[in-house]
Design a protein around this ligand. Structure first.
Ligand SMILES: [Zn+2]
Ligand SMILES: [Zn+2]
Length: 174
């Protein structure tokens, strides 16, 4: 099987292996072709790989990005269609509707990484907010339990002590 051709430069791309994932990199424009699922596979191993691919791939000095061509899928030869990564992000990639591969211009992998990173920070913030809410809820329940226990204090001391102890097992290590 011959190497897939760069959608921009129409020259053969070089296969590069990252943790078992083979990506195709154009030696001229330093664009990267990822087959379906490869972006996800790389991110699952380590999102930082996106940066190392991007750093390693450098465009040839002769490369002229002004030459606009209609990009075709290196696998299926159908026209690629531009779309926004994660639907609304500012990162624009080109995808194949047939094989679901994606074409990533030089420098765009870094943007994909940064976009992911920004989203992760939002997720962390959300998790912190939920943890605080959970803590507040538990404190509230603790107060209610304490009030209820106080209402049991009218019972004979020994029995009440046993009941109280049973109720608190697991929370206070009684
Ligand atoms: Zn190229
Ligand atoms: Zn395709």
């Amino acid at each position: 099987m011959s190497a897939p051709l760069c959608p921009d430069c129409r020259i053969e791309m070089e296969a590069q292996k990252y943790y078992g994932v083979v990506v195709d990199v154009c030696p001229a424009c330093a664009g990267v072709w990822l087959d379906e699922g490869e972006l996800r596979a790389l991110m699952q191993v380590d999102p930082l790989i996106l940066l190392s691919i991007d750093d390693r791939a450098l465009p040839d000095v002769q490369y002229n990005p002004e030459e606009v061509v209609q990009r075709r899928c290196p696998r299926c030869a159908v026209l690629l269609h531009p779309y926004r990564y994660l639907y609304e992000s500012p990162v624009e990639l080109d995808g194949c509707a047939q094989c679901h591969g994606i074409w990533i211009d030089n420098g765009e992998l870094r943007k994909v990484f940064e976009e992911l990173h920004a989203r992760e920070s939002v997720d962390d913030e959300e998790k912190r907010r939920l943890a605080v809410a959970q803590y507040a809820l538990e404190s509230q329940q603790r107060v209610e339990r304490a009030n209820w226990l106080a209402s049991l204090a009218v019972q004979p001391a020994a029995q009440a002590g046993a009941a109280v102890c049973g109720l608190w097992i697991g929370t206070d290590g009684c």
